[in-house]
Design a protein around this ligand. Structure first.
Ligand code: OAD
Length: 248
């Protein structure tokens, strides 16, 4: 079990602004497989990279919709874990906390985190693939993908696919958060997918210190001031407990 270094607790206590970037690893302990884990069941023969693209949706919208329906069910059945709850608690222990997530599962919000920057969108949202607007009404009928009630175009999940741009508001909020923080905490991300992985570089260029929580090494591990090897659901609650203890 990785110990929480006292110097890290001191750095957290001194921080004015903390920015957290999470990836699919934080939801692994909620039973949602990470993006690069093998898929199971009828989807085992597909790679996520071949389904989560505008091209795949153009060629076979029904298959892409059904894959997302399967993933949505997994997300709806999941519960936030100790790692999500620890980050929600951390927000009340530092002057300012910005939480950026690459996850589309909404588990941070369900754990109580506020103002979450959803870098890759949200899987539970429907968007019209023609007009790009969010459609709140529940689709009716058996058609797959369901039709937009306004224009009749096919609905799609409100996530960012490979090759698509990050929503401008999320992009801007995340850039500001990476530039302004004095501590950057990277949790459960392989740090391979840009532009999210570039946020760490922005923070480091602006002299932030870097904490990483991951059971496996990543391209960022060697740059981290505090690399913490372990699962988010174990390490984050101990980090927050250490901060509370030292604060008393
Ligand atoms: P990845 O699947 O690339 O990486 C998951 C990371 O989580 C790995 O580094 C694991 O070691 C780590 N991990 C596994 N279990 C963990 C645990 N219990 N606690 C902490 N870490 C754990 O997922 P992401 O980095 O999130 O993009 O991938 C980033 C983006 O690439 C995703 O948002 C998605 C994907 O392609 C889009 O869909 C656009």
């Amino acid at each position: 079990m990785t110990a929480i270094p006292p110097a890290l607790v001191d750095a957290l206590r001194a921080a004015r602004e903390v920015t957290v970037l999470t990836g699919s690893g934080i939801s692994a302990e909620s039973g949602i497989p990470t993006f690069r884990d093998a898929q199971t069941g009828i989807w085992a023969e597909y790679r996520p990279e071949d389904l989560a693209t505008p091209e795949a949706f153009a060629v076979n919208p029904r298959r892409v919709w059904e894959w997302y329906a399967w993933r949505r069910q997994m997300v709806s059945d999941a519960e936030p874990n100790a790692g999500h709850y620890a980050l929600a608690r951390l927000a009340s222990l530092v002057p300012r906390l910005n939480l950026i997530t690459q996850n589309v599962d909404g588990l941070h919000q369900r754990a109580g985190s506020e103002n979450v920057i959803e870098y890759h969108g949200n899987i539970l949202r429907n968007v019209c693939s023609i007009e790009g607007i969010v459609v709140d009404e529940q689709p009716v009928g058996d058609e797959l993908p369901p039709a937009c009630p306004a224009c009749g175009g096919p609905l799609r999940p409100g996530v960012v696919w490979f090759g698509e741009a990050i929503p401008p508001a999320a992009m801007e909020a995340a850039r500001r958060a990476a530039e302004a923080c004095d501590l950057f905490l990277s949790v459960g991300t392989s740090s391979l997918v840009y532009p999210a992985a570039g946020l760490m570089e922005v923070a480091l260029r602006n002299a932030a210190r870097l904490i990483e929580v991951n059971p496996n090494p990543t391209p960022v591990t060697g740059l981290a001031d505090f690399p913490l090897t372990g699962a988010a659901g174990d390490v984050l609650p101990r980090l927050v407990d250490a901060l509370c203890e030292r604060g008393e």
